[in-house]
Design a protein. Sequence first.
Length: 220
Amino acid sequence: MIVLHHVTQARSFRTLWLMQEMGLEFEVRQWDLFGKSMRGAQFKALSPAARVPALEIDGRVLFESGAITEYLVETRPECGLGREVGDEERADWLQWLHYAETIGQHLANLSQQHIALRDPAMQSPIVMKLEALRLEKVLEVVDRVVTEQDYLLPSGFSAVDVNIGYGVMMARHFVPAGRLAALEDYYKRLVARPAFALAKARDGDTLLYKEAFYAPPKEG
Ligand SMILES: N[C@@H](CCC(=O)N[C@@H](CS)C(=O)NCC(=O)O)C(=O)O
């Protein structure tokens, strides 16, 4: 049985959603991002940097959500969600897969500022403001592409829409929803997918992001 080690709303949602899109059977084990157990030996044996996702699959454990996406679609090509070497969309597919972590980097910085650093004295208003602007800039790149087509690749939905789509969803906590019109429509298309709803139902309810929107601090 495939086992996904997951934290509600974390990057492991990418793997959860993708496996629902692929129609795979799997178990979800929930962890607490701020608890001690993720730093313990049992979890570190699965994920040496103590991060999620970690995926027990095919007799081994994999970490890194981008690598997991690639592994899943390559070992189960019948899902049609990857683009194999030689496919004319392969280069774009890879580019979007890794661009998801460019979005992820700003999300991580903003999450650290707004959520992990609970004491306001430790937060940096300038970092919060700058990172929200930089997040919006990287989203504009996605917005431009989905102005022309429904999904990131001309041929339609693929696994990279999952990895990027997770970022688009989480970015709504820091960049006002609807600011980029085509991106908003893209988001609506993604959340209307039956597999997204199935993944959401298994995401868990211990929310990391308790607010729908974290505004940057006011000037002065
Ligand atoms: N690039 C990695 C990042 C994994 C990652 O940083 N996950 C976060 C949750 S979104 C985590 O587990 N953080 C725990 C920590 O930083 O201690 C991936 O995509 O899998």
